[in-house]
Design a protein around this ligand. Structure first.
Ligand code: ADP
Ligand code: MG
Length: 761
């Protein structure tokens, strides 16, 4: 199969002339930063699109802006940015992992430092220790603890305060602002109590240093756990990268030498021995072998490769030794392109994620207002010590409302889902396709090449005049050598098999959805195609129609050949149904999807194929331009339409459908127009894609629900709404723990998706 062409077609689908750049962003602690960074980049002249993946802390930017301008824009918004170079995926991945490791250790160290102050203080308070400033020696002890707490804020808690400061300079607020305000307020209040006790009513002379230390410790712990879990979501990518061998055995100066993969050049002769991985893409020039391509296509059966056949990097040479000529190396190999595409899809955002980002952007300012309001309420209507209660409630509101988990909810699941799909040979172009696939109610399938193999063979030649079989085939072949239609290829194949020679026709014309015409070297006008074409050109078929109908009822496609306006033969071809199409279609139907077949072929043949394939609804004799119309009609009747096709004539319909699926073995044009590519020719990929999509979306919704419950249900409790009724007021420490726990829940739920299996084949 031609993996290269497919993937290249996919990657260039983006508007021409535009480049895609990926930045890695630092200092984005919170989901509310996402919209801010995206907006900052979109405001750069020349940028057409910017999309941030909060889980990976990367932004993909499309447009024509220069790299340093992009970096400056992100920095001006208060964050750090660095351009990601896609040189060597393995190196990039390694670097990313190392950076994550360092960050993880840093966060754990921060956690330990902050908690080793916070935990003893908290325990002391819980065991009835006196947390108030009553006597002189106590004041000195608390002063010492206050200074230690300041140390925790300045070192382990440093990046929250730096982030909050940067954000302030930009006249905005983010999660860091909430944490800095929350912990800062608790510390400041406590310090005032210690230094100027007389300013505070006696009952309110209570210190909250433990809250500051605990919150910084717990939030650092949450971030650490998130960092760790993030690594797991890129498993699919790691697996793909791992397919690439490190060295290749090439022929240089008539000697076979092992060289690093990066040094292999196009045109090099490469040797692959049994059991070895193919290092780069190429064409076999010597030897034969069976090659396992399952890692790229999900196709479990090894494929026989002989001279001239294509080999793809990352596949495994099973049986023979082959010599091949490198045609694509480095980032141009099919494997590298797949990796790139999967990464891009993992970084793209489904609509549901965009919603979460918008919510988080409004969240932070709203929370700050709520915190102030609740403090005012406690001051005016609360019991004594009103000041202390006001401080505690404001701090708790600030801490519990951090919309961290909300930002993680979508990207974490998308990364896992897209990777899962890739593992079963389903390449999803973006988050939107991933989301919409779960909602498909009708799946439209093209017949030729989608349900069927797409490699028809001539089965019958019915002569209707004095021309011989050889002459008839010669005429047909002369016509069809100008066509790329699968039907044309079957005619040429059959003529070649009989050693028939022909000369191409003059004035060749293909009549879409009908057939072909032209004049042969003897000046005979030839017309070849379906019944409709014959009618339109007034070719009399007469009682030969019965024969044609009989052939059609056996799922064969009869075609009529006319010479100078007289019918001279009916040639029938059969295109076998792919062996697993029936099963795959059953799977779709069982999943509640309405399956419809669409074909340009005649009514009777279509009916026979549909019946054999287990499809009860079909539209036959549909002209290529009408395929789109069928899709819009279905959409107008309220269906969410998936369209699956392989041919050039399917491309507009693929683009029009809510989700277009291209058969990986089909034409590049179809693949370019589709949202999802089935690397394996099998229709099982459709049910797999829908299953993965549903599972991912369910997972995202669970995440969003979880995050939302923590963030919103927590706020009123933190503000003290339950206090008048039940006497419940959360402590800031509990809020800090809830926050860390909410990130952890989302992250582990997303990772649960890794265990998902799309279904049995
Ligand atoms: P499909 O949906 O099966 O890809 P098309 O729309 O391409 O079908 O073609 C519809 C019908 O037109 C075919 O079934 C065939 O009868 C006729 N036809 C199209 N192209 C050719 C051709 N090159 N040679 C002969 N017949 C053709
Ligand atoms: Mg087709």
């Amino acid at each position: 199969m031609n993996i290269n062409a497919q993937i290249e077609a996919q990657t260039i689908r983006h508007p021409s002339g535009e480049t895609l750049q990926e930045l890695s962003v630092s200092g984005a602690g919170c989901a509310s930063c996402v919209s801010k960074i995206e907006t900052a980049l979109k405001n750069v002249p020349g940028v057409t699109h910017a999309e941030m993946n909060f889980a990976a802390r990367t932004v993909t930017v499309s447009g024509s802006a220069a790299q340093d301008v992009l970096v400056t824009a992100v920095e001006a918004a208060g964050y750090g940015a660095e351009l990601l170079q896609h040189q060597d995926e393995a190196v990039t991945q390694d670097e990313k992992e190392k950076a994550d490791q360092t960050y993880y250790r840093h966060l754990i160290r921060n956690t330990v430092i902050a908690l080793s102050l916070g935990v003893p203080l908290m325990l002391f308070g819980m065991m009835g220790g006196d947390m108030s400033v009553s006597t002189g020696p106590r004041r000195i002890a608390w002063l010492a603890i206050g200074i230690l707490t300041l140390g925790v804020m300045l070192f382990p808690g440093r990046h929250f305060f730096v982030g909050a400061w940067k954000s302030l300079l930009n006249h905005s607020a983010n999660m860091d602002t909430l944490i800095a305000l929350g912990t800062g307020t608790a510390w400041l209040y406590s310090m005032i109590v210690v230094l100027f006790p007389t300013l505070v009513p006696e009952m309110a002379r209570h210190v909250y240093f433990e809250a500051t230390a605990m919150i910084i410790g717990l939030i650092s712990l949450g971030l650490a756990l998130e960092t760790r879990a993030r690594g797991k979501t890129s498993e699919a990518i790691k697996r793909l990268i791992g397919l690439q061998p490190k060295t290749a055995r090439v022929i240089r100066n008539q000697m076979e030498v092992d060289i690093p993969i990066a040094e292999v050049q196009v045109g090099d002769l490469v040797r692959a021995r049994p059991g070895e991985k193919i290092p780069v893409d190429g064409n076999v020039v010597e030897g034969t072998s069976a090659v396992d391509e399952s890692m790229l296509s999900g196709e479990p059966m090894p494929l026989e490769k002989a001279i001239g056949d294509e080999l793809a990097a990352g596949t495994i040479n099973k049986s023979g030794t082959v010599l091949f000529k490198a045609t694509r190396v480095g980032k141009h190999t099919a494997l590298a392109q797949i990796i790139n595409m999967v990464k891009r899809a993992q970084n793209s955002k489904p609509p549901i994620g965009r919603l979460a980002d918008v919510i988080s952007a409004y969240f932070v300012p709203a929370i700050m207002i709520i915190a102030v309001l609740s403090a005012l309420a406690w001051l005016n209507f609360g019991p004594a010590p009103a000041l202390a209660f006001a401080m505690v409630s404001a701090t708790t509101v600030l801490i519990i409302a951090c919309p961290c988990a909300l930002g993680l909810a979508t990207p974490m699941s998308v990364m896992v889902g897209v990777g899962k799909a890739a593992e079963s040979g389903v390449l999803i172009r973006n988050g939107e396709a991933l989301q919409t696939a779960s909602k498909i109610t009708t799946m439209v399938l093209d017949k030729t090449g989608t349900i069927t193999e797409g490699t028809p063979t001539v089965t019958d030649i019915v002569l209707t005049s004095d021309y011989s079989e050889a002459e008839v085939l010669q005429f047909a072949a002369a016509l069809e050598s100008g066509s790329e239609h699968p039907l044309a290829l079957s005619i040429l194949e059959s003529a070649r098999a009989r050693d028939i020679r022909w000369q191409n026709v003059q004035n060749f014309q293909a009549i879409a959805g009908h057939g072909v015409e032209g004049q042969n070297q003897d000046g005979i006008s030839l017309l070849f195609g379906n019944e409709k074409l014959m009618h339109e050109r007034s070719v009399v078929i007469g009682n030969h129609l019965t024969k044609a109908e009989l052939l059609a009822s056996e799922a064969r496609t009869p075609m009529f050949l006319a010479a100078n306006g007289e019918l001279i033969a009916i040639i029938a071809v059969a295109d076998p149904i792919k062996e697993d199409s029936v099963q795959a279609i059953t799977r779709l139907k069982r999943g509640g999807v309405r399956v419809v077949m669409l074909t340009g072929d005649n009514q009777a043949t279509a009916a026979a194929v549909a019946m054999r394939a287990g499809v009860s609804e079909f539209f036959a004799e549909v002209l290529p331009e009408d395929k789109v119309k069928k899709i819009t009609e279905l959409q107008a009747s309220g269906e969410i339409v998936g369209m699956t096709g392989d041919g050039i004539n399917d491309a507009p319909a693929l683009a029009m459908a809510d989700v277009g699926f291209a058969i990986g073995t089909g034409t590049d044009v179809a693949i370019e127009s589709a949202d999802i590519t089935l690397m394996r020719g099998s229709l099982h990929g459709l049910a797999d894609a829908i299953a993965v999509s549903k599972a991912t979306l369910r997972n995202i919704k669970q995440n969003l629900f979880g995050a939302f419950v923590y963030n919103t249900a927590g706020v009123p409790i933190a503000a003290g709404l339950l206090y008048p009724f039940f006497g419940i007021l959360l402590s800031p420490v509990v809020a800090g723990a809830a926050m860390a726990f909410s990130s952890l829940t989302v992250v582990s739920n997303a990772n649960r998706l890794r265990l998902f299996k799309p279904g049995e084949h």
